[in-house]
Design a protein around this ligand. Sequence first.
Ligand code: NAP
Ligand code: GLV
Length: 312
Amino acid sequence: MLLLHLSDVDEARWAEAFTQSLAPYKVVRQGEDFDPADVDYIFVWKPRPEAFEGLSNLKAVLSLGAGVDALLKHPRLPDVPVVRFIDKDLSQRMSDYVVAHVTMHHRQFTRFQADQKARRWSQFYPPAANETTVGIMGLGVLGQDAITRLRPLGFDLRGWSRTPKVIDGVAGFAGAAQFDAFLSGTDILVNLLPLTPETQGILNAETFAKLRRGGLASGPVIVNAARGGHQREADIAAALADGTLGAASLDVFEVEPLPADSPLWGLENCFITPHIAAISNEKTGVHYFTRIIQDHLAGRELINVVDRARGY
Ligand code: NAP
Ligand code: GLV
């Protein structure tokens, strides 16, 4: 039996689609009448504290999200494999966000928007894409997809990961020892890291001060589409105000929804979206997890299992 336990998304629609695609295998939703001991798999998003109660025969936890930081912190997460979502459609949506914000900042959108507001005709020519370096933090599924979409646009690309990576046309940096060198040549810093104890708060004043100055006229830029826990919002607000950063695009926040009194809302060089960079698509999601369940029931190994010790 598959149990759905989803918050903040339309659980009924996912349940209907799973019921069709897994039939005659039984699919149930939280709150329905079933014996928890019959549940083999639980499909979760933002599970409540009691989500896993009584699931004594659970084989795996299936995560609707690509990021599993919150799930791994669940105090009663059972000791079974956690499978996360990896999907072309999700990668495409994330790369759409990354490309939109990188190109917007490269073309100095903040400056021309201010000029327009002031009715000021000020001819300023942004650098060419190949004179602008985009540094991607996190060279996993999403980081590598963003690279394949930024590369044809001509940007100079560099990437930072935990272990070294060789990627065509990308200057690679790895580990804490190479972080400063990575930052020192970066004009637009894109964060696609998982949130772990090592990456918590990585977007902070010290990091911003190490970014390249002089590449983009208004200062270096950050784009965070990963997790709010990666950023220190007080540092971002200060850096945007004093020119350490020229602009920021933030899709995620320390507290979501972003509180109405956050100073970030009022900054003209801060571009806020409400955690919508990429959402798991029901159609491809049901297809992906149906295959995982059916393969596993047929005796094959689970794929895309999270390394709990590593935290992603
Ligand atoms: P992934 O495939 O697991 O890739 C993670 C990358 O980060 C890997 O390259 C890894 O290095 C690197 N990394 C991890 N810890 C590091 C450290 N301490 N120092 C340097 N590099 C480190 O993850 P993904 O699928 O690309 O997803 C990334 C994150 O995006 C998710 O965790 C989630 O939080 C976020 N996300 C956000 C949204 C949204 O709507 N805003 C949607 C989907 C996902 P190695 O290659 O060496 O392992
Ligand atoms: C969304 O934030 C995800 O992790 O998929």
